[in-house]
Design a protein around this ligand. Structure first.
Ligand SMILES: NC(=O)C1=CN([C@@H]2O[C@H](COP(=O)(O)OP(=O)(O)OC[C@H]3O[C@@H](n4cnc5c(N)ncnc54)[C@H](OP(=O)(O)O)[C@@H]3O)[C@@H](O)[C@H]2O)C=CC1
Ligand SMILES: O=C1O[C@H](COP(=O)(O)O)[C@@H](O)[C@H](O)[C@H]1O
Length: 488
């Protein structure tokens, strides 16, 4: 750890919740294991229950054993990690309780970094509580989990509540996709390789596809998910963030505001979708029962906790137009859904065909070159190019072939860190470039709200698709209308 980095007190609000147990505590353990925690940093778990320090530490140990599946807990690492763990009992809605934190945290010694792994409805009380405990002044930081609101209005409210006590430079809004190794690699691919940098616009690219498909359904989160739907849960944040990284102009520097300024310009350039074009540009689906990975699964309306008249979407496909010079006439097709045939997130860049085909005798129509960026699983980068098949003869025989770089093989000695490891580390180091700025969140909501309103005013239910399929048939038509098809 660099000697310039300062020690932190990571205040983990909601330490007994699902996110903290499954993701945050294991990520912190991995940072400890990698030697990336500052020697003097501490992790202060906060929840409502009365718990002895010992009991909290045992709880954390149990979580690590449950959620770190690939390896046994390393006893030496655990002993070091254990020394950092503290527990504070606090009711987040009780203003007076926050004074307990002033007694534990000394801002002179460590920067307070407060992670809100709680429902967003509590963010305002936590911010006020931190302020009253003297833990809000710069360089204190707050890390906010999604969802930042349900629409533009509610996201503004949350952002205003936070801004009452924290300046924007203190606020770290999580989109865990920005912490993924392969999403970060988009910056390297685009801006460290002249071959792509000079072929990254409407002159060279025909269209872009972004797919984020999951095998899982709602996984017992029906009450949250049914309010949100796939548009709010995945498109407003993860897909739009990936899109901005693909579409943005080169930032002047690799710093937070240079990158976020460019991402914001893309969000501002998204062509609005409203009632006039919502049928042409979007598809909404909801899964019915079917088979995923060989097993029978229930439909959305038969999931545990469901209301059987819900018209929430579990699948979205959108044709996105970006109204700027670079992307004029280049559609970005987004597709995301639950209960798809496989878990697969990828970006496919389809290049324009050759203007003239000199191989027409053997290959009537040369297929387009494609750059496929596999975000997860099987992380890697693939380029589809034409090659001559070796052999003698009068005419050249060609075949489409792959230049395939698998992260696993190429960087076999490197472990791919979970997104939360990187994000927690960057928050503790005070680097905001992988966190979403307020104006980005709000512009994303403005665009998404337009589509949600248009869907509402059509009054149409989502189209049904069988679990284990790639969504409603109309998702295929969305591209077929443009004489294109989804990359399978
Ligand atoms: N789970 C996940 O994978 C993801 C979650 N998120 C977001 O992260 C946030 C947390 O999610 P998740 O962990 O799933 O939610 P949980 O409901 O599992 O956990 C929320 C935590 O907040 C605590 N809490 C609630 N009210 C109070 C209170 N008055 N005082 C003290 N503590 C309180 C709960 O404490 P208690 O145990 O006492 O009830 C609980 O530990 C949500 O905003 C969610 O949308 C985002 C991405 C993924
Ligand atoms: O934020 C969310 O993301 C997950 C998918 O994340 P991934 O890292 O597994 O791709 C999604 O299942 C969940 O519904 C959503 O809230």
């Amino acid at each position: 750890m660099s000697s310039a980095a300062k020690a932190c007190d990571l205040l983990l609000f909601g330490t007994k919740g699902d996110l903290a147990r499954r993701k945050l505590l294991p990520a912190l353990y991995q940072l400890e294991k990698a030697g990336l925690m500052h020697d003097d940093s501490r992790v202060i778990g906060i929840a409502r229950d009365e718990l002895e320090q010992n009991a909290y530490q045992q709880l954390v140990r149990k979580n690590l054993e449950t959620f770190i599946k690939k390896e046994p807990i390393d006893e030496a690492v655990w002993q070091r990690f254990l020394q950092r763990l503290l527990y504070v009992q606090l009711d987040l809605t009780a203003a007076a309780d926050y004074q307990k934190l002033s007694a534990v945290v000394d801002c002179e010694k460590r920067i307070p970094v407060s992670y809100f792994a709680t429902p967003p409805a509590l963010f305002a009380s936590i911010c006020a509580g931190l302020h009253s405990a003297g833990l809000a002044a710069d360089p204190a930081r707050v890390v906010l989990e999604k969802p930042i609101g349900h629409d533009l209005e509610s996201s503004r409210l949350i952002n205003e509540q936070v801004a009452q006590y924290f300046q924007e430079c203190q606020v770290y809004r999580i989109d865990h996709y920005l912490g993924k190794e392969t999403v970060l690699n988009l910056l390297a691919l685009r801006f460290a390789n002249a071959i792509f940098a000079s072929n990254w616009d409407h002159n060279a690219i025909d269209h872009v596809q972004i797919t984020v498909a999951e095998e899982v359904g709602v996984e017992g989160r029906w009450s949250y998910y049914d309010d949100a739907g796939q548009m709010r849960d995945m498109v407003q944040n993860h897909l739009l963030q990936v899109l901005t990284l693909i579409a943005m102009e080169p930032p002047a520097r690799l710093d937070a505001d240079s990158i976020r300024d460019e991402k914001l310009k893309v969000l501002k350039a998204l062509r609005p979708i409203d009632i006039s074009n919502v049928h042409e540009k979007t598809v909404r689906g909801q899964y019915a029962g079917g088979y995923v990975a060989g097993g029978a699964v229930p439909g959305y309306l038969d999931e545990e906790g469901s209301r059987n008249n819900s018209s929430t979407e579990t699948f979205v496909a959108i044709k996105v137009d970006i109204d700027n010079w670079r992307w004029a006439g280049v559609p970005f097709y987004l597709r995301t859904g639950k209960r798809m045939p496989e878990k697969r997130s990828e970006v496919v860049i389809s290049f324009k065909p050759q203007p003239h085909n000199i191989f027409h005798e053997t290959y009537k129509q040369l297929p387009a070159n494609k750059l496929i960026i596999r975000l997860q699983p099987d992380e890697g980068v693939e380029v589809q190019v034409m090659n001559k098949i070796p052999g003698l003869g009068e005419t050249m025989q060609l075949r489409q072939t792959k230049l395939d770089l698998s992260f696993d093989e190429t960087f076999s000695s490197k472990r791919i860190a979970d997104a939360y490891e990187r994000l927690l580390l960057e928050a503790m180091l005070g680097n905001q470039y992988l966190f979403v700025r307020r104006d980005e969140v709000e512009h994303a909501w403005r665009w998404v709200d337009g589509i949600l309103e248009a869907w509402k005013s059509t009054g149409e239910p989502p189209k049904s698709y069988q679990a284990g399929s790639w969504g409603p048939v109309s998702a295929i038509s969305l591209l077929a209308r443009d004489d294109r098809n989804w990359d399978e």
